[in-house]
Design a protein around this ligand. Structure first.
Ligand code: SF4
Length: 487
């Protein structure tokens, strides 16, 4: 009888080396005891001969790719038998090459059930992690508490890194923690729920957001519970709203039916693109702008797509030295499908000419890609995107920056600056100087930043201040041009 001790519960590389070695030695599955460092041993351990999971096997053999993909997920399952189930499959594959196609086989079925459970858990973690701002931290740090069913923290962490590359965050779980500091992911031991904030200033914002996207006309309680099992409710702030939302669903639906729609006719309904955002990622992690432009039309990551005509992606030179980041498309941009073509865009164009910047050589985009508005009669009145919407849309901005790799980002106004820095940034205090090397695009490259006002601000200032505000804006643009031009 042999024993293999892996260094961690998710030590796939160690399992793979030891398993390969054991197959080459023709060790039958029932003659191996698999364990993880720190597991409590049994009385008979001293009789076992130990096989080191670091041993490299001399003889190579191949297994179907489907088995490896299955094994990488199964190893994350909580059940202690996962290692032996996988080894039994590997051992049998040497004798039964078609084994993986036999879904009714007991070992194959058990491994598939484990894989499905891990996949579900990964999906739930992506959907149900809720960050709260830690008190008294500078720069701000978001902390979430989550209780996964399986060992999935390492597998899911890169998803949150890509999603929130410009925010510092931690996810704490009972067995593992992960921290993102804008440069790298760090993993640590488990934590206690009391180490995560119980509430924060943004909680009421999140609850209003959740209540506003809850559509009573589409309520199906059983489906809702299937998608959001009750065991997750204790860590979901919005769970407290659900009984009330369900209780009022009927009256809210009737109210909706009696209300007259006030939105103008849409010119084109957005359709879900067959290319999902992840499908637009090339093997080296970069993404080309055309793929992104197509993929963003399928984005449903916040509710803004519902009322907008289309997503308005950035436009300009693919290798621009300067990228301008505004807030969101306005009414005209929404209809035209192009950024900065309305009154604020015309103001920007005029100032760019005066500052000696050729817009065609730059790239112009927004923090949020769908138009947020409030219907008022036949007019659509601009509404500022909230923090949730800016955070949800940041993935697109980061992908644009990653594709372009500019020398300088010019954040236009508070929303543009929030999206670029990942936190509220005072415009007046920070404008007029180059802010060096902030981490942008998920830490893949660093880009300097200049913040200034949004050109729409120039349309709103009192007449007596218009000229001086405009001249300061032009001066900021000249600074950007002078800085980027030298690099
Ligand atoms: S605003 Fe951004 S995150 Fe929201 S649906 Fe549109 S593209 Fe997606």
């Amino acid at each position: 009888m042999h024993s293999v001790t892996l260094i961690s519960a998710t030590d796939f590389a160690g399992w793979r080396r030891a398993a390969r070695h054991c197959v080459n030695m023709d060790v039958a599955p029932e003659h191996i005891s698999w364990r993880v460092q720190g597991d409590v041993g049994s009385l008979f351990d001293s009789n076992l001969s130990s096989i080191e999971p670091t041993v490299e096997s001399a003889t190579a053999f191949t297994v179907p790719r489907s088995f490896l993909q299955l094994a990488e997920l199964v190893i994350l399952h909580r059940h202690a038998a996962r290692f032996s189930v996988l080894y039994r499959l590997l051992w049998r594959l040497q004798r039964e090459p078609q084994l993986m196609t036999l879904s009714v086989d007991e070992d194959v079925a058990r491994a598939n059930a484990m894989k499905d459970a891990v996949r579900r858990d990964i999906h739930k973690m992506k959907a149900f992690v809720r960050f709260r701002e830690a008190p008294f931290t500078s720069p701000p740090r978001l902390i979430a508490w989550f209780e996964p069913q399986h060992h999935i923290v390492e597998a899911v962490a890169p998803f949150f890194m890509r999603r929130f590359p410009t925010l510092q965050w931690s996810i704490l779980t009972p067995e593992r923690s992960v921290h993102w500091d804008l440069k790298e992911l760090r993993f640590g031991t488990g934590a206690n729920k009391s180490e995560a904030p119980a509430d924060d200033a943004a909680e009421s914002l999140w609850l209003s957001y959740y209540a506003s996207i809850f559509n009573p006309a589409r309520l199906k309680v059983h489906t809702m519970q299937a998608h959001m099992p009750k065991r997750y409710w204790r860590n979901l702030p919005e769970a407290a709203l659900i009984p009330h939302l369900i209780a009022n669903a009927t009256s809210r639906t009737e109210d909706m039916l009696h209300r007259t729609p006030a939105e103008p006719r849409r010119t084109r309904r957005p359709t879900r693109s067959s290319r999902t955002p992840s499908a637009a990622v090339s093997s080296n992690g970069d993404q080309d702008l055309d793929s992104l432009r197509t993929a963003v039309q399928g984005c449903r990551d916040c509710p803004l797509w519902k009322n907008a005509t289309q997503a308005v992606f950035g436009e300009g030179r693919e290798r621009a030295k300067i990228v301008f980041v505004g807030e969101q498309p306005g009414d005209q941009e929404d209809l035209a499908g192009r950024p900065f073509v309305g009154p604020a865009g015309k103001m920007l164009d005029r100032a760019l000419v005066e500052a000696g910047v050729d817009r065609k050589l730059t790239y112009v985009t927004n923090a949020v890609k769908h138009f947020k508005f409030e219907p008022r009669g036949k007019r659509r009145i601009h509404k500022k995107p909230n923090e949730m919407e800016i955070a949800a849309c940041n993935q697109w901005l980061q992908r644009e920056l990653l594709a372009i790799k500019p020398t300088l980002i010019v954040a236009l106004g508070a929303t543009g600056a929030r999206a670029v820095f990942g936190r509220a940034t005072a415009i007046e205090k920070n404008r007029g100087r180059i802010i060096p090397s902030i981490e942008a695009a998920g830490g893949v490259h660093t880009t300097d930043v200049l913040v200034t006002v949004h050109p729409s601000y120039l349309l709103r200032v009192p007449p007596e201040d218009k000229q001086s505000a405009y001249e300061r804006f032009v001066a900021d643009l000249k600074l950007a041009q002078g800085y980027a031009g030298k690099r």
